[in-house]
Design a protein around this ligand. Structure first.
Ligand SMILES: Nc1ncnc2c1ncn2[C@@H]1O[C@H](COP(=O)(O)OP(=O)(O)OP(=O)(O)O)[C@@H](O)[C@H]1O
Length: 245
Protein backbone atom coordinates (compact mmCIF):
# COMPACT_ATOMS: atom_id res chain seq x y z
CA UNK A 1 0.00 0.00 0.00
CA UNK A 2 1.28 3.46 -0.71
CA UNK A 3 1.89 5.60 2.35
CA UNK A 4 2.54 8.85 0.49
CA UNK A 5 1.24 9.67 -2.96
CA UNK A 6 1.59 12.90 -4.94
CA UNK A 7 -0.60 13.16 -8.04
CA UNK A 8 0.03 16.11 -10.34
CA UNK A 9 0.84 18.36 -7.41
CA UNK A 10 1.53 22.06 -7.97
CA UNK A 11 2.76 24.46 -5.30
CA UNK A 12 3.20 28.21 -5.63
CA UNK A 13 4.68 30.79 -3.28
CA UNK A 14 2.86 33.80 -4.73
CA UNK A 15 3.94 33.81 -8.37
CA UNK A 16 6.87 31.49 -7.75
CA UNK A 17 6.23 27.95 -8.98
CA UNK A 18 7.95 25.84 -6.30
CA UNK A 19 6.62 22.34 -7.11
CA UNK A 20 5.87 21.47 -10.73
CA UNK A 21 3.66 18.51 -11.60
CA UNK A 22 4.95 16.26 -8.84
CA UNK A 23 4.04 12.58 -9.19
CA UNK A 24 5.49 10.34 -6.57
CA UNK A 25 4.44 7.21 -4.75
CA UNK A 26 6.16 5.93 -1.61
CA UNK A 27 5.15 2.55 -0.27
CA UNK A 28 4.78 1.57 3.34
CA UNK A 29 8.18 0.52 4.70
CA UNK A 30 10.25 2.22 2.00
CA UNK A 31 13.24 4.46 2.75
CA UNK A 32 13.51 7.19 0.14
CA UNK A 33 16.19 9.87 -0.05
CA UNK A 34 15.44 13.17 -1.74
CA UNK A 35 18.39 15.10 -3.14
CA UNK A 36 19.01 18.07 -5.39
CA UNK A 37 20.58 21.51 -5.55
CA UNK A 38 19.73 24.28 -3.12
CA UNK A 39 16.36 25.84 -3.86
CA UNK A 40 15.12 22.89 -5.92
CA UNK A 41 12.04 22.36 -3.73
CA UNK A 42 13.09 19.46 -1.49
CA UNK A 43 11.99 21.11 1.78
CA UNK A 44 8.79 22.32 0.19
CA UNK A 45 7.96 18.80 -0.97
CA UNK A 46 8.69 17.15 2.36
CA UNK A 47 6.87 19.85 4.36
CA UNK A 48 3.80 19.41 2.16
CA UNK A 49 3.53 15.80 3.34
CA UNK A 50 2.51 16.78 6.85
CA UNK A 51 0.66 19.90 5.84
CA UNK A 52 3.29 22.49 6.78
CA UNK A 53 3.05 23.77 3.20
CA UNK A 54 -0.24 24.02 1.37
CA UNK A 55 -0.45 22.78 -2.20
CA UNK A 56 -2.50 24.58 -4.83
CA UNK A 57 -3.29 21.80 -7.28
CA UNK A 58 -3.36 18.05 -7.50
CA UNK A 59 -3.80 15.39 -4.88
CA UNK A 60 -1.56 14.51 -1.98
CA UNK A 61 -2.59 11.30 -0.25
CA UNK A 62 -0.98 10.45 3.07
CA UNK A 63 -1.98 7.19 4.69
CA UNK A 64 -4.95 7.24 2.34
CA UNK A 65 -6.19 10.73 3.28
CA UNK A 66 -6.15 13.61 0.80
CA UNK A 67 -4.39 16.60 2.33
CA UNK A 68 -5.87 18.91 -0.25
CA UNK A 69 -9.37 17.99 0.86
CA UNK A 70 -10.68 20.47 3.45
CA UNK A 71 -12.49 17.62 5.24
CA UNK A 72 -9.17 15.93 6.08
CA UNK A 73 -8.10 16.46 9.68
CA UNK A 74 -4.46 17.47 9.52
CA UNK A 75 -3.88 16.57 13.17
CA UNK A 76 -4.82 13.01 12.39
CA UNK A 77 -2.20 12.92 9.66
CA UNK A 78 0.44 14.43 11.94
CA UNK A 79 -0.19 11.73 14.54
CA UNK A 80 0.97 9.20 11.98
CA UNK A 81 3.68 11.21 10.28
CA UNK A 82 6.57 12.49 12.38
CA UNK A 83 8.99 15.18 11.30
CA UNK A 84 12.62 15.81 12.22
CA UNK A 85 13.93 19.28 11.39
CA UNK A 86 17.38 20.67 10.67
CA UNK A 87 17.31 22.79 13.84
CA UNK A 88 15.80 20.13 16.17
CA UNK A 89 12.90 22.33 17.40
CA UNK A 90 13.07 20.96 20.96
CA UNK A 91 11.24 22.71 23.79
CA UNK A 92 14.16 24.48 25.47
CA UNK A 93 12.44 24.80 28.83
CA UNK A 94 11.71 21.08 29.15
CA UNK A 95 14.08 18.26 30.04
CA UNK A 96 15.01 15.64 27.49
CA UNK A 97 12.52 13.11 28.78
CA UNK A 98 9.75 15.72 29.06
CA UNK A 99 10.34 16.64 25.42
CA UNK A 100 9.70 13.03 24.51
CA UNK A 101 6.70 12.52 26.83
CA UNK A 102 4.78 15.68 25.99
CA UNK A 103 3.01 14.82 22.73
CA UNK A 104 2.04 11.25 23.71
CA UNK A 105 0.62 12.64 26.97
CA UNK A 106 -1.37 15.44 25.33
CA UNK A 107 -2.33 13.88 22.03
CA UNK A 108 -2.54 10.15 22.76
CA UNK A 109 -3.43 10.44 26.47
CA UNK A 110 -0.88 7.72 27.10
CA UNK A 111 -0.77 6.46 30.67
CA UNK A 112 1.97 8.34 32.56
CA UNK A 113 3.94 5.30 33.78
CA UNK A 114 3.77 3.71 30.34
CA UNK A 115 4.75 7.01 28.73
CA UNK A 116 7.81 7.25 30.93
CA UNK A 117 8.80 3.66 30.30
CA UNK A 118 8.53 4.15 26.55
CA UNK A 119 10.45 7.45 26.66
CA UNK A 120 13.28 5.81 28.62
CA UNK A 121 13.40 2.92 26.14
CA UNK A 122 13.65 5.43 23.29
CA UNK A 123 16.44 7.36 25.03
CA UNK A 124 18.23 4.05 25.37
CA UNK A 125 17.70 3.35 21.67
CA UNK A 126 19.30 6.67 20.66
CA UNK A 127 22.14 6.22 23.14
CA UNK A 128 21.11 8.94 25.61
CA UNK A 129 19.68 7.06 28.58
CA UNK A 130 21.96 9.05 30.89
CA UNK A 131 20.60 12.42 29.63
CA UNK A 132 16.93 11.98 30.61
CA UNK A 133 17.01 14.79 33.17
CA UNK A 134 19.20 17.18 31.19
CA UNK A 135 17.90 20.32 29.52
CA UNK A 136 18.44 20.73 25.75
CA UNK A 137 20.95 23.53 26.41
CA UNK A 138 23.17 20.94 28.10
CA UNK A 139 23.31 18.72 25.02
CA UNK A 140 25.45 18.83 21.88
CA UNK A 141 23.75 19.39 18.52
CA UNK A 142 24.03 15.70 17.68
CA UNK A 143 22.50 14.74 21.03
CA UNK A 144 19.67 17.25 20.54
CA UNK A 145 18.91 15.73 17.17
CA UNK A 146 18.83 12.23 18.63
CA UNK A 147 16.35 13.48 21.27
CA UNK A 148 14.26 14.99 18.47
CA UNK A 149 14.25 11.63 16.69
CA UNK A 150 13.26 9.82 19.92
CA UNK A 151 10.49 12.39 20.36
CA UNK A 152 9.01 11.64 16.95
CA UNK A 153 9.28 7.90 17.53
CA UNK A 154 7.36 8.24 20.80
CA UNK A 155 4.20 8.89 18.79
CA UNK A 156 4.70 5.52 17.05
CA UNK A 157 4.30 7.07 13.62
CA UNK A 158 3.84 5.11 10.41
CA UNK A 159 6.16 7.48 8.58
CA UNK A 160 9.02 9.80 9.46
CA UNK A 161 10.12 12.83 7.47
CA UNK A 162 13.66 14.15 7.88
CA UNK A 163 14.50 17.61 6.53
CA UNK A 164 18.30 17.87 6.40
CA UNK A 165 18.70 16.36 9.88
CA UNK A 166 22.49 16.60 9.91
CA UNK A 167 23.05 19.89 8.07
CA UNK A 168 23.34 21.99 11.23
CA UNK A 169 25.72 19.59 12.99
CA UNK A 170 29.48 19.62 13.44
CA UNK A 171 31.00 16.89 11.26
CA UNK A 172 31.96 14.72 14.24
CA UNK A 173 28.31 14.62 15.41
CA UNK A 174 26.83 13.45 12.13
CA UNK A 175 27.74 9.75 12.35
CA UNK A 176 25.77 9.06 15.54
CA UNK A 177 22.63 10.67 14.11
CA UNK A 178 22.93 8.75 10.84
CA UNK A 179 23.44 5.51 12.80
CA UNK A 180 20.16 6.08 14.63
CA UNK A 181 18.40 6.79 11.32
CA UNK A 182 19.90 3.66 9.77
CA UNK A 183 18.59 1.67 12.70
CA UNK A 184 15.08 3.07 12.23
CA UNK A 185 15.18 2.29 8.51
CA UNK A 186 15.73 -1.39 9.34
CA UNK A 187 12.21 -1.51 10.77
CA UNK A 188 10.40 -2.84 7.74
CA UNK A 189 7.10 -1.19 8.62
CA UNK A 190 8.52 2.35 8.93
CA UNK A 191 8.29 4.63 5.91
CA UNK A 192 11.08 7.21 5.72
CA UNK A 193 11.51 10.22 3.45
CA UNK A 194 14.85 11.94 4.00
CA UNK A 195 16.23 15.15 2.52
CA UNK A 196 19.99 14.98 2.93
CA UNK A 197 23.31 15.84 1.37
CA UNK A 198 24.89 12.74 2.93
CA UNK A 199 25.46 10.58 -0.13
CA UNK A 200 27.06 7.77 1.87
CA UNK A 201 23.86 7.50 3.91
CA UNK A 202 21.77 7.48 0.73
CA UNK A 203 23.95 4.74 -0.79
CA UNK A 204 23.90 2.58 2.33
CA UNK A 205 20.32 2.99 3.51
CA UNK A 206 17.94 4.22 0.79
CA UNK A 207 15.78 1.91 -1.26
CA UNK A 208 15.23 4.72 -3.76
CA UNK A 209 16.67 8.09 -4.65
CA UNK A 210 14.69 11.02 -5.97
CA UNK A 211 16.52 13.86 -7.65
CA UNK A 212 14.87 17.29 -7.88
CA UNK A 213 15.85 20.45 -9.69
CA UNK A 214 13.80 23.61 -10.32
CA UNK A 215 10.73 22.25 -8.56
CA UNK A 216 10.59 19.08 -10.66
CA UNK A 217 11.43 15.46 -10.06
CA UNK A 218 14.01 14.68 -12.73
CA UNK A 219 14.93 11.22 -11.58
CA UNK A 220 13.28 8.56 -9.43
CA UNK A 221 15.36 5.37 -9.40
CA UNK A 222 16.56 2.53 -7.25
CA UNK A 223 19.59 3.58 -5.22
CA UNK A 224 21.84 1.28 -7.18
CA UNK A 225 20.66 2.56 -10.55
CA UNK A 226 20.91 6.17 -9.43
CA UNK A 227 24.48 6.02 -8.22
CA UNK A 228 25.81 3.67 -10.89
CA UNK A 229 24.08 5.17 -13.83
CA UNK A 230 22.19 8.44 -13.32
CA UNK A 231 20.39 9.13 -16.57
CA UNK A 232 19.69 12.80 -16.05
CA UNK A 233 22.64 15.12 -16.91
CA UNK A 234 21.77 17.46 -14.03
CA UNK A 235 21.87 14.54 -11.61
CA UNK A 236 25.29 13.52 -12.96
CA UNK A 237 26.51 17.08 -12.52
CA UNK A 238 25.08 17.28 -8.99
CA UNK A 239 26.72 14.00 -7.98
CA UNK A 240 30.12 15.01 -9.27
CA UNK A 241 29.84 18.28 -7.30
CA UNK A 242 28.84 16.73 -3.98
CA UNK A 243 31.29 13.89 -4.30
CA UNK A 244 34.21 16.23 -4.81
CA UNK A 245 33.03 18.49 -2.03
N1 LIG B 1 7.88 30.71 2.27
C1 LIG B 1 8.39 30.93 1.05
N2 LIG B 1 8.03 32.01 0.33
C2 LIG B 1 8.53 32.22 -0.91
N3 LIG B 1 9.40 31.41 -1.53
C3 LIG B 1 9.80 30.32 -0.86
C4 LIG B 1 9.32 30.02 0.45
N4 LIG B 1 9.90 28.87 0.87
C5 LIG B 1 10.70 28.48 -0.16
N5 LIG B 1 10.64 29.34 -1.19
C6 LIG B 1 11.35 29.22 -2.47
O1 LIG B 1 11.02 27.97 -3.06
C7 LIG B 1 12.16 27.36 -3.65
C8 LIG B 1 12.34 25.99 -3.08
O2 LIG B 1 12.73 26.09 -1.71
P1 LIG B 1 13.04 24.82 -0.82
O3 LIG B 1 13.40 25.29 0.54
O4 LIG B 1 11.93 23.87 -0.95
O5 LIG B 1 14.32 24.25 -1.57
P2 LIG B 1 15.38 23.15 -1.09
O6 LIG B 1 15.60 22.28 -2.27
O7 LIG B 1 14.90 22.51 0.15
O8 LIG B 1 16.66 24.02 -0.83
P3 LIG B 1 17.86 23.87 0.26
O9 LIG B 1 18.64 22.65 -0.12
O10 LIG B 1 18.63 25.13 0.06
O11 LIG B 1 17.20 23.78 1.60
C9 LIG B 1 13.34 28.30 -3.38
O12 LIG B 1 13.56 29.07 -4.55
C10 LIG B 1 12.85 29.17 -2.25
O13 LIG B 1 13.43 30.45 -2.33
Amino acid sequence: MSMIEFKNVEKYYGNFHALKNINLEIDEGETVVLIGPSGSGKSTLIRAVNGLEEIQEGQLLVNGFDLHDPKTDINRIRKNVGMVFQHFNLYDNKSTIENIMLAPRLVLKRDEAENKRMAMALLEKVGLADKAANMPSELSGGQKQRVAIARSLAMQPKALLFDEPTSALDPEMIGDVLDVMRDIAKDSSMTMLVVTHEMSFAKAVADRVIFMADGQILEDSSTEAFFNNPTEPRAQQFLSQVEHH
